[in-house]
Design a protein around this ligand. Structure first.
Ligand SMILES: Cc1cc2nc3c(=O)[nH]c(=O)nc-3n(C[C@H](O)[C@H](O)[C@H](O)COP(=O)(O)O)c2cc1C
Length: 211
């Protein structure tokens, strides 16, 4: 089993990474493989709603979004991390997740269906819960069970050294990791015991028009 952790910060080894690393290390001790995926520092455009992905299963922009889509279908669980930028997720991770989740939806790839997910956020001071709420919305529209910890998944700091001193924040990351490992093992045990996936309905899109 493996979990893909996305670092939505421009800092490859910054505060968000330090939190993700704590999650990854704990998942590893639970026998779960991990990969930390960097969205990097190259520009990531927002979704232009061209809907090319519906035909090709890939985004029309050739960038980290397509690299991630290729990995996502084989991942069993996901952690998306973001620094707080102006009390919201970073612009880059927002563009990235808009295109990842839209391409997955329109193409019918189903890379996220019933796979556990969690958001992790890092701030110097404020805007953490708004960012956490923002990221969780991608999961709940995609039928992804959200894994919880014993606090909202945040760390505080302007540098990785600060984050290492946020002992409660780091413990929140370890609890999150163990809860995700437990969920993944239960899901696998259920599959082996023959528990069927839920019955699927045809999608209904009413756009609030009733006739
Ligand atoms: C453009 C920008 C906006 C930021 N806005 C906030 C903010 O609203 N609240 C806050 O507490 N920190 C804010 N910060 C600080 C970062 O969120 C914080 O230092 C974070 O831990 C950095 O994580 P990173 O090292 O993974 O990039 C901002 C930083 C930048 C670059």
């Amino acid at each position: 089993m493996n979990v893909l952790l996305v670092n939505g910060s421009p800092h490859a080894k910054g505060c968000t990474y330090t939190a993700l690393e704590e999650v990854a290390k704990t998942l590893n001790t639970e026998g779960i493989e991990t990969e930390i995926f960097q969205i990097g520092t190259k520009p990531l455009a927002g979704c232009i709603a061209c809907k090319t992905c519906a035909q090709t299963g890939r985004c029309s922009f050739s960038d980290r979004v397509n690299d991630f889509l290729d990995l996502a279908k084989d991942a069993d669980g996901f952690i998306f991390g973001s620094p707080v930028h102006y009390a919201a997720a970073s612009g880059a991770i927002t563009s990235f997740m808009d295109r990842v989740f839209y391409a997955d939806l329109l193409s019918g790839r189903q890379s996220f269906y019933l796979k556990p997910a969690a958001a992790v956020v890092s701030a110097r001071r404020a805007g953490t819960t708004a960012t956490f709420d923002q990221l969780n919305k991608y999961f709940t529209i995609s039928e992804m069970p959200i894994i919880a910890s014993r606090y909202w998944n945040m760390v505080h700091g302007a540098t990785p050294e600060d984050v290492k001193k946020d002992l409660e924040g780091l413990q929140t990351m370890r609890v999150l990791a163990r809860n995700m490992a437990w969920f993944l093992k239960c899901k696998e045990a259920g599959r082996k015991a023959g528990i069927q996936l839920p019955v699927k309905e045809e999608n209904i899109f009413t756009n609030f028009i009733r006739e």
